[in-house]
Design a protein around this ligand. Sequence first.
Ligand SMILES: [Zn+2]
Length: 308
Amino acid sequence: MFKKTTVIVCAAALSLLTAAWAAPRAELGYKACLAQHIAQRKAFTLTHPLPPSGFAGNGTAPPAEAGISAPSVPVLMYHYITPSRYNKEPRNRSIVNAEAFEEDMKYLHERGYYTASLQELEDYVHGFAALPAKTVVLTFDDGYENNVAYAYPVMKKYGFRASMFVVGANVPETNGPFDPLGRSYVSREQMESTADVFEFHSHTYDLHYKTEQHCGLVISAAADADRLAPDIRRMKAAGIDTPYFAYPFGETNYRAVYRLAEEGYRMAFTVKDGYVRPGDHPMYLRRIAVTNETDVAAVLEGAAGAGH
Ligand SMILES: [Zn+2]
């Protein structure tokens, strides 16, 4: 059955490719261009199965009681954190007021939530380890310095851990005095001084922008596997060598995933809304974007009920 389907898909891909090949490129309309692209993508998927990861667990043992494991885990996603008095864009959904953030953390602390590391989450996804029923994963995208200024002290107070996905090219060696109205990024120095709370992972070295690609479509530069390969090498050369990745704008595709896997990335996050469960594909994990309006209590309840 599987073989038959594969042959049909292959034949379809081949005929589309042949048709596209026959047509002069300049005459390709948008639809034909897209059809050709989709055919190429399918052909790549069929001819490039993901290599076995060989992942055998990180050996993490979070304090979950035997038999009681979280049915699903919410991975909360934050970006820019600033006190409301400095928030000039209250409608911008990627800016969370520091006051709201503090409330979220206080709530997690009062309810006894456990903040898992990404290693622990990886073990959980693969079924190597349980996680406490009340577990949450905290993530911050883009590497803003205000995460260090406003989120770090709150999380440190509660003994929480979090992951920050930094854009390598934006990371300076050091930062001058912090300007709450500026758009500055966490420095190497700060990465070291906040390592008791934050772990740092990849949001690409320098592909956090959108650009015109196939068929005139404007998509994330990091969704272009050809750009991704040299970018990964630059990130590693910059010393940010981690197996964990967050897709800029949440955009990805099989070729990008294949490239990441080839370069040793084992787990990656989208911005698709939802919880993480054991058995999920580790390269397409869901997250929950937190805004000023997010009802964190409801999000947590949703995770607890997700397994029933
Ligand atoms: Zn981002």
